[in-house]
Design a protein around this ligand. Sequence first.
Ligand SMILES: C[S@@+](CC[C@H](N)C(=O)[O-])C[C@H]1O[C@@H](n2cnc3c(N)ncnc32)[C@H](O)[C@@H]1O
Length: 413
Amino acid sequence: MINPFTSSTLECYLTCPRGLEEVTAKDISPHCKNVKTGSGGVSFTGDLQTLYTVNLYSRTGMFALVKLLEFSADNEKDLYYQIADYPWYEWINHDDTFSIRSRVFSKHFTDSNFVTLKVKDAIVDRIRQKTKRRPDVDKDNPRYSLFVFIHEDKVSVFLNSSGSSLSKRGYRQKIHKAAINEALGAGLILLSGWEPSQPFYDPMCGSGTLPIEAAMIGRNIPGGNYRKSYTFKGWKDFDPRLWNSVVRESREKIRNDKLHIFGSDNMGANVDMAKRNARQILIHTHIKFAKKEFEDFTPEFSGGTILMNPPYGERIGEEKELESLYQLIGSVLKQNCVNNDAFIFSGNKELTNLIGLKSQRNYVLKNGKIDCRLLHYPIREGNYVGYLLYIFKSAINEIIITHNTRIIVGVWY
Ligand SMILES: C[S@@+](CC[C@H](N)C(=O)[O-])C[C@H]1O[C@@H](n2cnc3c(N)ncnc32)[C@H](O)[C@@H]1O
């Protein structure tokens, strides 16, 4: 049992989009201790300053959580009594508000709403027993926001220090209907290994998430630099001097180097939206936005990273209409983008197969509930020969399958 307000060492967990655990661990490890990757997040230890710092700096994290309790329970009574055993009254007053979110993956507890209700009852009963009054639940703007995770019989209760997801940086006034969130966008850039001295291109930029995140990385601007609210600022004993010193130190590290970041899209309204979002945080002077059809895309410099998130049929457009777009992506990369590294983020394997290039690496990620891949295509002279060989092999395979003469496979390969 941990009282987060008296304990000198906090055990924390930073959640992140699945597939970005390694990147998240690397991103926060300069600021904390005992960093270990989990599933959908990273655990770490530290003090309050660590917690403030991780909230401010993390690019790929979503919620920075402080562990309060961990125990085993396989029935509702056990759950209730073990939650009620914790001295909530030590830091939640009857006039405070709190909220609870539960996630359950368990055969013992199948209904997360029921778990939320039980945990709420246990907390309220314990505080009322001690103080004769009870705190209220406020789902929208609570002073204390609790997360309950149950995996089989393992129950963990956390205090959320971030409030809304850290992916909400505060620069997106409007977003494209298929926009990726900022934490995922930053994670894709970090996975690509892009260095700020190199050019960066997103030729399908939508609301501008990838170029804006690249500019923030390039200038060493912390992920939370523009964010106004964090739940920990409303906690008892919030230390504004400590927070201000963490922020001040981060601002001293912001760079003003010249960056070569380009964002384009074939829809003028999207380009305008991306520009507006970039202007919101005055980073627009570091990004060149333009309205452009992808078929006209040619990188201004070589040696760069091309990272894009083409539509993939889950949210916009129909798959059939997208087939020719993915074929176009393959031919434009081959013809116009030699000596650049291309990365395609997509949730549709059939469509990415139509790119017709062999990916060198394939990162498995989740975009919300959608299984996605980030595919790395180093575009080099000679790839075209490889591509022809690939097309040749596919054609032969088709003939073999059509004529049901599998025995020839060994001969042809
Ligand atoms: C999934 S959205 C990108 C979302 C973006 N990553 C964001 O976070 O806002 C795909 C974008 O590709 C653009 N697009 C589709 N076909 C295109 C083409 N032929 N040329 C240029 N852009 C295209 C769409 O207009 C859309 O903005």
